[in-house]
Design a protein around this ligand. Sequence first.
Ligand SMILES: Cc1cc2nc3c(=O)[nH]c(=O)nc-3n(C[C@H](O)[C@H](O)[C@H](O)COP(=O)(O)O)c2cc1C
Length: 323
Amino acid sequence: MQQPPEEFDVRVADAFLPEQLRGIESPFDDVPEPEELESGSGPESDPSVEFRRTLGMFATGVTVITTLAGDQVHGMTANAFMSVSLKPPLILISVDRRAKMNALLREGTRYGVSVLEERQTELSDRFAGRVGEDSPEPRFEIVHETPLVDGALAHLVARVVRSYWGGDHSLFLGQVEYVRYGEGTPLLFHGGRYERVVRELRVFSELPSELLDPLIASGTERVFEDGDVLMERGEPGVTLYLITEGTVRVERPGRVVRMEAGELVGEIEVLDPGQGRLANVVAEGPVRAIAVAHDDVRAALEAQPTAAWALLGVLASRFREST
Ligand SMILES: Cc1cc2nc3c(=O)[nH]c(=O)nc-3n(C[C@H](O)[C@H](O)[C@H](O)COP(=O)(O)O)c2cc1C
């Protein structure tokens, strides 16, 4: 049985509980030791590794938690951040008991939460102690006497109203005093790695219909039954399909999306067929589609330079978004 450390005397919580619940043992008292943790991968597997990997399947954003230590800013990367309550506005963070941050926070102190934007991986690494001092120097603004990381997607300032024992971590419940958010896309963390939000990649579908329709006009109609494979990952992407009836399942590693009538499938690969298809595409029920071969797309673009220019415009804006 693990004992909570002294600074988290859970009996104190009794004072806040209804009478009938007082004196009941803390649920933390019978936390199983790792060897008692059962993994679905079988007895050979290491339960603590399995536990970490299982938790890693829960995708999160990434934050930097900040506080003032005297007049010094201290920051720590954290993904164990959650919203708790709207009224009153409460949030929670979980901090490793060995982290310096853990010694700085206590009831009454304030912490800032900066939700990182997708290009802020270096900042995240820096506040996780992963990179040297030569990474770009972070800048802070001070709000409610609390530092917040410049350029983050969202900011919150909270005052610690309760702290709880959480095994090798401490939980700091904060009453939120300040919020602000901007425009942008969040950095994600999943499976122990940074990830980015994937937007549907559209190129031809961005063209106005007067430019797209003549391109599709050179295609031929094809009919598929449930389970038929329209495209296979890795094969040359020599055809573009416009789905005219039914639904297809687009299977990329780790991600499945469905596309319906009116949508184009294979619009990136048809511009670059030698690189191979990115996804398997399978009919879900009966599907009709217009197949346009790479050579026909090329001939149509050569005959219609306005469409070719419009496509370059779409590609340029995609390139800008990714840099
Ligand atoms: C993406 C990511 C998420 C993290 N989340 C947490 C977390 O939620 N809680 C925590 O205590 N440490 C977390 N860490 C580890 C801390 O950032 C790291 O231990 C840091 O060096 C602690 O800083 P400090 O000891 O200077 O306060 C995370 C690290 C990364 C890269």
